[in-house]
Design a protein around this ligand. Sequence first.
Ligand code: C2E
Ligand code: MG
Ligand code: MG
Length: 575
Amino acid sequence: MTDAIRESELPAEPGALRKRKILIVEDEFVNREILIAMLVSEYEMIPAESGAEAEKILSRQCAELSLVLLDLNLPDRHGLDILRGMKADPCTAKIPVIILTSDKEAEVECLNLGAIDFIPKPYPIQKVVQARVRRTIELSEDRDLIRNTERDHLTGLYTQEYFYRYAAQYDTFNPDVPTDALVLDINRFQMVNERFGKQYADGVLARIGQAIAAALGAGGGIACRRSADVFLVYCPHLTDWRAFLDGIVDAACGADRGRIRIRLGVCSETDKSLEMQTRFDRAKYAADTVRGSFKDCIAFYDKTLHEKEVFDERLLDGFRAAIDGKQFKVYFQPKYDIRPEKPVLCGAEALVRWIHPELGFISPGVFIPLFENNGLIGTLDRYVWREAVRQVGEWKKQYGRCVPVSVNVSRIDMLEPDLVDTLKELVKGCGLEYGDLHLEITESAYTEDAKQIVSTVNSMRDTGFVIEMDDFGSGYSSLNMISTLPIDVLKLDMMIIRNAFRENGNVKILKVIFEIAETLEVPMIAEGVETEEQMKALRDMGCEMVQGYYFAPPLPAEGFEKHIGDWLSETKPHA
Ligand code: C2E
Ligand code: MG
Ligand code: MG
């Protein structure tokens, strides 16, 4: 017998539907031919007269089959073994199976193994057979359709929309079960994509999905993939989240454990009067508090976090009015060239402060990370750049000399396509040269999306802006990488200075860093210098510039003018 197709009509017109294919596994010639005759007008019938032949067709054509009609008594196999094999193989597990049998006893076992229906022998009339076959195929296709819309194709977990629906349903059926809302987020997933490739990264996501589903198996609960690398889990209250997270990381990452770090935000014993989404927003809020942290990777949404969230909301609500009402003030902190015996002013960093009408003075350490997370940073930064450049332009007109000013450029600003044009317009509009504006880009920005950032920085630098790498030493860039990055100045992270100069601190590390800067032929600014002793030690190590409280804190424009005045009088040519 061949596995030739009996009825292989091609569609009459292009685009017309092909007939659905049915595999009929039946060794008895007459039985097989009767069934084929009953169904061939509607379906493409593929006959197999032995178990071996059926398995061959299943392995070659599983994706095309709409149904299998399976006899239990085959010469070389028992039909149940074929059924068992089909259900165990993910490629064939979803093909519906109707059993052809005269043995009533076998029905329960067949149903337990995943068969959908039976056609008894001798066969009923044609209409009945056709109706059973049609209904089984329809049901299976409906189920697949539902599955495809409900599930994320990569992980097999629910999509967000269905997840929220089923989570609410879970509450309806289990009103008294305390539940947890969990958010799992992969740290710096963009880096995993970039370093190891999309295929590898997709594999990680798929394995995490499977590991979550397996972890929930015993205790119950549901999960979804909310966006690229964010997973949500709604489950009966857990007590050992560490074990839960470790289990998932072990199962999903195995030997690659070191490459993947997942942070877990927990909204424990959720308040069921809250919207489902709010519970997960809270868990996400908690997860974001340990973003990038190497120590803690589990965070709980508690009273303190709730208060912080309410405070953050207040800041976010007040943002627009603050921009319109000029509540943001740009301060200037001087940078000094320390190579001469008497240090000389060589620039300033523009640093924003918020003078809030009700909350008073708010430091950027409080609101910058918030605005970075909420997409408002672009508006604020443009405001600060404009103010800073306008002020320096005015000083240039007033004093006839220019104090180069550096502004902070957020990682998110770097994604704006018109960034370079905006900066060019600002500078030219205030009568400055491109070189009078320095751009501070944090080291971590370079490591997050290296290709895109490097190409933007290159175009800024080609225009003539001076590029300073901010917080150097706090990120993760390798020396190899730094030597290829477009940078004009390295700004040493304040923590490195602080650690080096504290009691029992290690000043040697500073020496090594300055040697690196020398090798790269890039000048170094040390930030956060607070004493004369620190300034002198840094000078001895070859540090060119210093910014810090030793010279001055960030000052309002009027306060900074004193530094300009001193500079002009000291560097004035002698008569
Ligand atoms: P940064 O750019 O590294 O700025 C240096 C920070 O160190 C400033 O904190 C400054 O006040 C502080 N500092 C300077 N000298 C000393 C010192 O001797 N001792 C101590 N303890 N601190 C010193 P600030 O102004 O609170 O700013 C914090 C961070 O907020 C900045 O770090 C920057 O990342 C961000 N930031 C500030 N203004 C802006 C802005 O306009 N846009 C953006 N995107 N970020 C900004
Ligand atoms: Mg800075
Ligand atoms: Mg800095």
